[in-house]
Ligand binder design. Sequence first.
Ligand code: ACO
Length: 465
Amino acid sequence: MDMEELFNPESIAIVGASAKPGKIGYSIMRNLVEYGYEGSIYPINIKGGEMTIKDRKFKVYKSVLDVPGKIDMAVVAVPAAHVPQVVDECGRKGVKVLPIISSGFGELGEEGKRIEQQLVEKARGYGMRVIGPNIFGVVYTPSKLNATFGPTDIIPGKLAFISQSGALGIALMGWTILEKIGLSALVSIGNKSDVDDADLLDYLEKDKNTEAILIYMEGIKDGRKFMQSAKRVSRKKPIVVIKAGRSERGARAVASHTGSLAGADRIYTAAFEQTGVLRAFSISEAFDWGRALSNLPEPQGDNVVIITNGGGVGVMATDACEEEGLKLYDNLEELKVFANYMPPFGSYKNPVDLTGMATAAEYEGALKTALAHPEMHAVVVLCCQTAILDAKDLADVLINAYTESGRKKPLVVAMVGGTEFREAINVLNENGIPTYPEPERAIGSIAALYRWHNWKTKEQVWRRP
Ligand code: ACO
């Protein structure tokens, strides 16, 4: 069944909507209003009456059955004991999709799982899909939908994020804002009683607003279904997974968190390898990769060029390239062209060292050259903060040169320095150029792009060293 109403609902009911700041039912209403959702919003609360959220007045309905229009999505934020009745009423109303925020189901044990299953069967009987329970909601930036109780101002982008964990997912919402990571979608799937990772992959495969998919996963219930979807989708769009519960003790922690079976870790590793899924080991690694994969075009060849103003970071980046299996372009005759942008004591061997004398103008010349050269397929720009290199000027020239080139080649940047450089990193990321504070993170991210490209084009499997 299609997930369209989860991402593009024309109307939403919030069951358990509240006018009291601090309550989950209030936060969801506030986020819907503040993030600019343009469809109909129907607050549902047994008390009825009216409520004002951010200067917008709403009539409050005592039940979804009292709402005059159709309801595509109903977000449920009432205590677990009330949920069965709400599910029944939503089904009778013809609601299509039901994100259930409420906790107190499968994560509690066998009895909770049984009740959860009954809810799903009831929902299915009405042709309704259930998200959760035990979730924080859903975001889809193209339709200005933020039906969560997390932060409001999610940055629009091309990365879709699916989270099995609630608290971590909410925390990462705030983190993506701080780190200037743009998202297309964010779906909290919690106990995965009905809709699971595979269902969402199937939808996101065709979603024109999503270029890459990142999943925080604790366990998979239907391994075969996931593998089928992942293998197909990863040929079109890269999938990055953080699979928690790698250790034996971690797996036990998973069981009491979302009630999932974490399973033997090597089985997951094998499944990811066979399906072209890129497995990340930490949050920063996963989002580093996601940032590059959702913003950059695929490389048209293997030759990577590093442009730097510091020998040290150039060497570190070269080590990282070796470890990641990236090929540094080494045709010295062609590389000579970079001598135009460096003093006599510079080095045009790859890494191309413009030296500490480099200003934004030298970077501009070197970058334009690399982007235009037919044998240079991917570019890594490294910058160490110096007194003569203005961070703002540098960001401007990099953005302009890359945009003028048509953004046809992968470009990643690492800027090592203080406050001004931190600001420039943000500006570059806001402009869709993946930029990192360390050279290894930039190399790791462009390596992830190559890894996915090699899987897609040659079915080349990547194994973590
Ligand atoms: N129909 C309509 N409205 C109802 C109904 C009903 N059947 N039952 C209650 N309400 C109203 C109440 O009147 C109340 O309105 P008010 O705020 O005006 O008083 C509102 O709905 C909420 O009901 P409360 O009983 O006050 O419940 P509360 O808001 O305290 O908690 C909640 C509800 C948030 C769903 C809670 O039970 C819960 O499950 N919390 C956990 C959520 C969570 O953590 N999710 C997991 C992912 S996020 C993470 O892990 C951090």
